[in-house]
Design a protein around this ligand. Structure first.
Ligand SMILES: Nc1ncnc2c1ncn2[C@@H]1O[C@H](COP(=O)(O)OP(=O)(O)OP(=O)(O)O)[C@@H](O)[C@H]1O
Ligand SMILES: [Mg+2]
Length: 140
């Protein structure tokens, strides 16, 4: 028997109707197993931002959550154009979102900075084939 719980969610590009579903499921899993509400909130904010970025900016991908006794990890892997300048993308307020996307309330350029702020470890790798994002949240 393993003490690591894993679950993966497919994220479809442009699927605004399902936006937030994966992070809502992650939130309910964390609640159900009794993870501290403040930690659950940080993970949920980060997973929501990552999910939306895949819907808006990528051609689709997978978000996985891994829960072990000492940490929660989020792994996001998408295919798509990738991020040309990661340093720029990490800056608050930087966004390439279209005006249509902005009209839906996205595109403030706050997603990546929020993920970094809310996670204990954050790493991002991106090239013209897609983006990989790993986040780790320590338990206790
Ligand atoms: N998975 C991704 N694939 C390709 N580009 C991405 C991806 N995630 C982020 N980006 C690029 O990085 C920029 C900054 O992302 P960030 O999440 O900080 O802001 P945003 O998505 O534009 O706006 P907000 O998250 O506030 O709605 C995006 O505008 C986009 O250019
Ligand atoms: Mg975003």
């Amino acid at each position: 028997m393993s003490d690591v719980f894993k679950e993966s969610f497919d994220i479809e590009a442009g699927d605004f109707a399902s936006a937030g579903e994966a992070s809502a499921k992650i939130k309910s899993i964390l609640r159900m197993i009794g993870i501290d509400p403040a930690l659950t909130r940080r993970v949920t904010i980060a997973s929501y931002e990552a999910e939306l970025n895949m819907i808006i900016h990528s051609l689709g991908g997978v978000m996985s959550v891994e829960i072990s006794p000492d940490a929660i990890a989020l792994f996001c892997k998408d295919i798509g154009p990738g991020i040309a300048d990661i340093d720029m993308a990490m800056q608050e307020g930087y966004s390439t979102a279209s005006s249509d996307v902005r009209m839906m309330g996205f595109g403030a350029g706050m997603g990546l900075p929020n993920m970094k702020r809310n996670s204990d470890e954050f790493s991002i790798l991106s090239d013209t084939n897609g983006t990989r994002l790993n986040m780790r949240f320590s338990i206790i």
